[in-house]
Design a protein around this ligand. Structure first.
Ligand code: GDP
Length: 326
């Protein structure tokens, strides 16, 4: 029997890699798309991976319960991956209520749609290491207390706990993956890794001369999105639903990540990097470092790509994209 998956946020980085992964496993993949007037551009990541015709798209929105319920009833998925969110931390201070509606309440809407429309399905919630915020332990695991530091992180924390609550209240097979930062050539340019690799490629091709960043002392545990979507799937293959940290266990400053990109392009970082306070945040998450030993032990998961390899892949992809542009 072919398995059916329903993916919210299917047009995002993780949605695209997860769809590719599931298609390779023989799944029928359905995606939820929030239609805008920019029709045609929203599936560019699926096109980049060569799978855009292979994913069936449904018009629905996380803030519109009836649209989700209708989609779940139509698709009758075996597995639901809730990846959609207002996921950009800096924007969450400018649009805090929207962030709460989508990133927090939206999870309840999706869980309700599943409970009413396909209660036997398995559910994955995309939780985030940002929930640790002002870290309470040097390495963050499933048992580390949370201390969110942005409206985004507060909303994600709600999404995490409502997932746990629906599992405990209704016996749903609902799991929450606490994923540390994960990047790729398909990452949005709003995020620091892709901003860096994209700008470095522009500098290399003479299209700009400077890279403006905020706090380059911040440290993140960065992994590759392709590795991380595999962990999502593994969680839903377990007999019992549970929560898992997914991380590399290596933390690096924004500055050192940047240096990898400049070095790979054969450029001198000191000549181009400018610190611009406009990119400082009202509250910062200084350092994140994940302990994914539970995922490694129970799921047999292990990351295959390190930061060096990933940043080089991203710079190369950005150079290729810019060279192809007219
Ligand atoms: P986040 O961990 O989900 O907030 O992922 P980001 O990639 O947006 O940011 C990672 C870190 O890079 C944060 O500590 C930011 O403050 C820092 N950072 C420094 N300069 C920039 C910048 O220009 N853009 C972004 N997005 N982040 C920056």
């Amino acid at each position: 029997m072919t398995k059916r998956a329903l993916v919210t946020g299917v047009t995002g980085q993780d949605g695209a890699y997860l769809s590719q992964f599931l298609l390779e496993k023989g799944y029928e993949v359905h995606g939820v798309v929030r239609r805008s007037s920019h029709r045609g551009v929203e599936d560019h990541r699926l096109r980049w991976l060569g799978i855009s015709g292979k994913v069936t798209l449904h018009d629905a929105d996380l803030i519109d319960l009836s649209s989700l319920l209708r989609t779940v009833q139509d698709v009758q998925p075996d597995e639901i991956f809730n990846l959609a969110a207002q996921s950009y931390v800096a924007s969450s201070w400018r649009q805090p209520v929207l962030t709460a509606n989508v990133t927090a309440t939206g999870v309840t809407n999706m869980l309700e749609a599943m409970r009413l429309g396909a209660p036997g399905a398995r559910f994955y919630q995309a939780s985030s290491s940002e929930m640790y915020g002002l870290i309470q332990e040097p390495m963050q695991s499933e048992t580390t207390p949370f201390y969110p530091r942005s409206p985004y992180a507060v909303a994600k924390l709600y999404g995490h706990w409502i997932t746990v609550n629906y599992r405990e209240s209704f016996g749903l097979h609902a799991s929450s993956g606490i994923l540390f930062n994960h990047e790729s050539p398909l990452r949005g340019v709003e995020f620091v890794t892709r901003k860096v690799t994209h700008t470095v490629a522009q500098i290399k091709l003479g299209k700009t001369n400077e890279l403006r960043l905020g706090n380059i002392d911040a440290k993140r545990d960065w992994g590759h999105a392709r590795d991380y979507v595999r962990a999502m799937w593994l969680m839903l293959q377990q007999e019992t639903p549970d929560d898992y940290v997914v991380a590399t266990g290596v933390t690096t400053t924004v500055r050192d990540m940047c240096r990898i990109a400049f070095d790979h392009a054969g450029l001198d970082m000191e000549k181009h990097l400018i610190i611009d306070p406009a990119f400082y945040r009202p509250a910062e998450v200084d350092v994140l470092l994940g302990d994914s030993s539970k995922a490694r032990r129970v799921l047999g998961w292990t990351p295959e790509v390190n930061l060096d390899q990933m940043i080089r892949e991203m710079v190369d992809a950005d150079l290729e994209r810019l060279r192809r542009e007219p």
